[in-house]
Design a protein around this ligand. Structure first.
Ligand code: SF4
Ligand code: SF4
Ligand code: SF4
Length: 327
């Protein structure tokens, strides 16, 4: 089992402390993978098909009404450098040497899309003392309820992918992260980043279909042309395809097993560690945390959660008072 120093710190500083709030989960052994929810949906991101156009980032901002990173009204474009309280997804660029060849580790470049991974066993959900984060029992989307949140930021510490962001700039801060555009589902739409992707690099659909598609791609012969589905697959898919020359894939589906599996799968032509993805064990943090320091922190978590809630409510009250005074 691979656990790096960063993972260990996450476990000790976050997972264990936060697990203490809820107590141990668990009937499954550390190596047993939890089944996906019955109607699990997700995203397959294929770095070899990504051209870095950032159409997914623009679509995400629009669909989720996210503000620009800059307040400068004269700027015509937004240029986020990382995920933030204003940016739910980002395309990052790996580059080396002369950057001559795409999807090549040496003297090459490649893209990677970062967003919430919608873990099968999300440690943010386990860490949250007030169930402001929850995993949908049917489709598996990890969503956030701002009305329940007390602003403790445990979820930030617990997430192995460093995803949830906090609105430091707000007097009534919320946690911000991709919720797989679940607000669009009732309109018959789906993840905006996938519906906007012109190359098939971001693909939405049922997890079973996405995993089968990922496995199919890994078997394709590099250098030959092949068809790739566009935007969405599965029973509701568009059946639209696009033809691309097959890249040289790293034989690894990132997210298939990491921390118990995620509903955001990734393929790439450059090693995932070079692309900035953390090297994580297959065991979910939630279960790894069980037993470690449980007794030590048992008595601390409740007072901390209570203190966080009190501070948050006081700040919220002050802010409401400010508004009333100005009215
Ligand atoms: S990636 Fe982080 S924020 Fe997203 S579900 Fe997993 S633990 Fe939660
Ligand atoms: S900041 Fe909010 S969502 Fe995150 S763990 Fe605390 S209460 Fe839950
Ligand atoms: S699924 Fe929706 S919220 Fe998540 S990254 Fe894509 S567009 Fe943004």
């Amino acid at each position: 089992m691979k656990i790096k120093r960063r993972d260990f710190l996450k476990l000790s500083a976050g997972g264990s402390l936060l697990m203490a709030t809820l107590g141990p989960t668990a009937a499954l052994s550390n190596t047993e993978k939890k089944a996906l929810p019955p109607d699990a949906v997700g995203i397959l991101y294929d770095s070899t098909l990504c051209v870095g156009c950032q159409a997914c980032m623009v679509a995400c901002k629009q669909a989720n009404k996210m503000p620009l990173e800059t307040e400068d009204v004269y700027r015509r474009w937004d240029n986020p450098q990382d995920l933030s309280s204003k940016t739910l997804n980002i395309i990052k660029r790996y580059q080396d040497g002369s950057e001559a060849t795409k999807d090549q580790e040496q003297d090459g470049y490649a893209f990677i899309k970062r967003q919430c991974m919608h873990c099968i066993e999300p440690s943010c959900v386990s860490a949250c003392p007030v169930s402001a984060l929850r995993k949908d029992a049917k489709n598996g989307i990890v969503s956030y309820n701002k009305d329940a949140c007390i602003g403790c930021r445990y979820c930030q510490i617990a997430c192995p992918f460093n995803i949830p962001k906090f609105q430091w700039e707000s007097t009534t801060p919320e946690i911000v992260k991709c919720q797989l555009c679940n607000h669009l589902l009732k309109e018959g739409k789906y993840a905006a980043c996938c519906s906007a992707c012109p190359t098939g690099a971001s693909l939405y659909g049922p997890m079973e279909d996405l995993l089968a598609e990922a496995k199919r791609r890994l078997k394709l012969e590099p250098g030959v042309y092949a068809n790739f589905p566009l935007n969405r697959i599965g029973p509701d898919g568009s059946n639209r395809t696009t033809s691309h020359k097959v890249g040289q894939y790293v034989q690894h589906i990132y997210g298939e097993n990491e921390v118990g599996g995620t509903q955001n799968l990734m393929l790439a032509g450059v090693s995932f560690s070079k692309l900035g993805m953390p090297e994580l064990p297959d065991e979910p943090f939630v279960r790894l945390a069980d037993g470690i320091q449980y007794a030590i922190y048992k008595g601390m978590a409740y007072p901390l959660a209570l203190l966080g809630a009190l501070i948050y409510m006081i700040r919220k009250g002050e802010n409401n008072g400010d508004h009333k005074d100005k009215a």
